[in-house]
Design a protein around this ligand. Sequence first.
Ligand code: 5RP
Ligand code: MG
Length: 219
Amino acid sequence: MRKPKLQLALDMPDLKKAFRVTQKVSEEIDVIEAGTMLVLEEGMEAVRKLRVLYPSHLILADIRIIKAGGKLAAMAYDAGANWVTVMSDASEDTIEAVVNESIKRRGTDVQVEINVGYDDQRLSYFRSLGIRQLIYHRSSEVVETEEKWDNETLNELQRLAKMGFELSITGGLDVSDIPLFKDIPVYCFIAGRKICKSPDPLAAAKNYQDAIKKAFHPD
Ligand code: 5RP
Ligand code: MG
C-alpha cells in the first residue's frame, strides 16, 4: 500500500512558536499545515513565511472556506500554499469557485472537510468536480471527549476510499490509533497537539512515521 503522508497541524496563534516546532520536525513531516488559528492570527504571512522556510514541503492553508471561495483560495495560493480546505457544506457556487481557482486554474488541490452530514449525492457531486481529498475530522469541538474510532466509522472510511477519495484523518489522533486504519488506503494522517505540545516534537513525529510504516508496509 502507498505510505500515508504525515501532516503537521500548526494551530498555535503565534508564528514564532510554530517555527520552533517546524525547525525541529520538518524532516519527518510530509505536509505542513498553516492551521486555522495560526492563519486567523497571523494572516497569509504565516503561509508566506512557511513557504520561504520550507520550499520543498507541501503546505496546506487550513482556512476552512465557507464563502468567498475563489478569492480566499487565491490569497492562500499567492502566499505559497499547495492546498486549501473548504467545508463540505459550503454552497455549490463556493465549492466550484474553489475548484476553479485550485484544480482547474493552478493545478493545486483542495481538501474538503466533512462537516455536519453528507450523502452519496453530495459525494458524487464532489467527485464530478474532480475533488479527491476528503478530511474526516473526529469530534470537532469537544476535543477532550473524542469519539472512538469505532467499526462503523472505519467501515464508512473504507467506503469513501472505495469511491475514490483520498482520505485525511484527524482530530486528537494518537500514534496508538494508526494501526486501526491499516486496511484503509489513508492518504494523510493529520496530527497537531500531540506533536506540537510534546516535550520532544521530533521523537513524537518519528513515532507517527514509524507507526505509519509498520501499519501500512509501504512498497
Ligand atoms: C482542528 C484542526 C486541527 O488542525 C487538526 O484536528 C489537527 O489537530 P489535533 O491533532 O490537535 O486535533 O483542524 O480544528
Ligand atoms: Mg487544522
